[in-house]
Ligand binder design. Structure first.
Ligand code: HAX
Length: 426
């Protein structure tokens, strides 16, 4: 008989704990990184000082989930992806079915969450609404209650998993509610008892089904944004907050606040805006020469070209490639998608000539907005909410594993500028 996620994790965790203890006891002194002044000042870029097993990002390959390059698993459902992230294996058909059923049993959004969202100013950013809702739901935290009752350290992961299931089971419903409340789309749409996570989200947003293509787009979108190893702003923030044993509602809400930044998740809203501005300026699909001119105009005015560059990647993001393939299949004649394609042909050379960006290639955000736009999601500032629904999977998988492994509170050492000068003079 198929095992639940909790049973599967319970089988895995003793081995993982043993491995971690062995690494620290027998090899704890092995050096894995040096830190330069440039790195200490420059956002710790490249410093290896945390462990994350859910996925890795190779500069020359992109996202690899549990040893599998992203390009090979883009057909996984988000639920299968979450299972893979947290357990390291794809679920069997029976495990998937059981997990989907279980996830639905955590799907109730408390009424006070809707009241809070409806009371927020209509000018609130949808990310502020989503993050507030998740934080408000902290009231439901099993982790917090059990901690107050004196739960043993070895049980932290079980309570964290309970909360993780509650966040995952409700975040798509809350996100859809944010959309409908914020953009006056009418009454909230109830979750379905049958649809998978992504298809249900698309339905609750109220998007037209387009003969099943909308559900396919949403599955792909939610799969592709699921995780990006541990050091990015949202994952790292969630990790740090969770390491203080703040429960998963606090930690995920905090991580999502980081995702709301324009250099991180908000870039997808900025990116489509840039593409549409180009189209508006040149009255339709621009020529390559016109895109080149506009790219230089953007750079010369001291702005970045959104959707291009990355802190780790040094090749075209495989997530961008997956969107490109989807677009070629489903939207070949869409003018916005055609413009995105042209931008890809022009901007890397412009950025190379500009000479600043270490990576002139597109990241995930360069193409995702065009796809969402053509499926009727024309509220750009909402795009990061979709990203958040997906990224909650990675943050939660990492968090549950960290509680299972007893990862201690994060506390790197900071140094003063004066101390840096002393090192320079030594
Ligand atoms: N356009 C113009 N300049 C760029 C650039 C771009 N797309 N990407 C990097 N640069 C510039 C940087 O601003 C920096 O300039 P300064 O030295 O004047 O500060 C210089 O090139 C070196 O930066 P880098 O080392 O190549 O890049 P960072 O690791 O510092 O930053 C960013 C990575 C993704 C933030 C950066 O490439 C950027 O701002 N890109 C545009 C915004 C974007 O697409 N963000 C989404 C990233 C994906 C993501 O996390 N999504 O959630």
């Amino acid at each position: 008989m198929a095992k639940t996620l909790k049973e599967t994790l319970a089988d895995m965790i003793p081995g993982l704990r043993e491995e971690r203890t062995k690494l620290v006891k027998e090899h704890g002194d092995v050096k894995i990184s040096d830190v330069s002044i440039a790195q200490a000042i420059g956002g710790m870029r490249g410093v290896k000082a945390m462990v994350c097993d859910t996925s890795v990002v190779e500069p020359d390959k992109g996202l690899i989930i549990r040893g599998i390059p992203l390009g090979k698993i883009t057909d996984l459902l988000p639920e299968e992806t979450f299972w893979l992230l947290i357990t390291g294996k794809k679920p069997t058909a029976d495990e998937l079915k059981l997990f989907q059923k279980e996830l639905k049993s955590y799907g109730e959004v408390p009424k006070y969450v809707w009241r809070i969202l409806k009371a927020m100013p209509k000018t609130s950013h949808p990310m502020a609404m989503l993050d507030t809702a998740i934080l408000a739901m902290e009231n439901e935290s099993v982790f917090r209650k059990r901690y107050a009752e004196g739960m043993a350290k070895t049980e932290y992961w079980e309570a964290a998993l309970e909360d993780a299931m509650r966040v995952l089971g409700t975040i798509h419903t809350i996100a859809a509610g944010v959309y409908r409340i914020k953009y006056y789309k009418g009454d909230l749409i109830e979750p379905s008892k049958k649809l998978d996570w992504a298809a249900d989200y698309a339905k609750m947003l109220g998007l037209p089904p387009k003969k099943g293509a909308t559900a396919k787009m949403m599955r792909l979108y939610l799969m592709l944004h699921c995780d990006h190893e541990g050091g990015n702003v949202s994952a790292n923030t969630c990790h740090t907050v969770g390491s203080a044993l703040s429960d998963p509602f606090y930690a995920v809400s905090a991580g999502l606040n980081g995702l709301a930044g324009p250099l991180h998740g908000l870039a997808n809203q900025e990116c489509l805006k840039w593409v549409l501005e180009t189209m508006e300026k040149f009255d339709g699909v621009p020529t390559k020469e016109q895109i080149r001119d506009y790219a230089w105009e953007t750079l010369n005015s001291g702005k970045v070209i959104p959707g291009y560059g990355h802190a780790v990647l040094r090749v075209t993001d495989p997530r961008y490639t997956a969107f490109l393939e989807f677009g070629k299949k489903h939207l070949p004649k869409d003018p916005v998608f055609q413009t995105v394609n042209l931008v890809y042909e022009v901007v890397p050379d412009v950025l190379k000539e500009h000479g600043k960006a270490k990576n002139p290639w597109p990241n995930v955000d360069a193409g995702s907005g065009a796809i969402l736009y053509s499926f009727g999601l024309d509220q750009f500032e909402y795009y990061t909410v979709l990203f958040s629904v997906s990224r909650s999977m990675g943050m939660l998988a990492q968090l549950v594993l960290n509680r299972a492994l007893g990862t201690p509170i994060t506390r790197p050492k900071s140094v003063s500028t004066e101390w840096l000068w002393k090192q320079v003079k030594k």
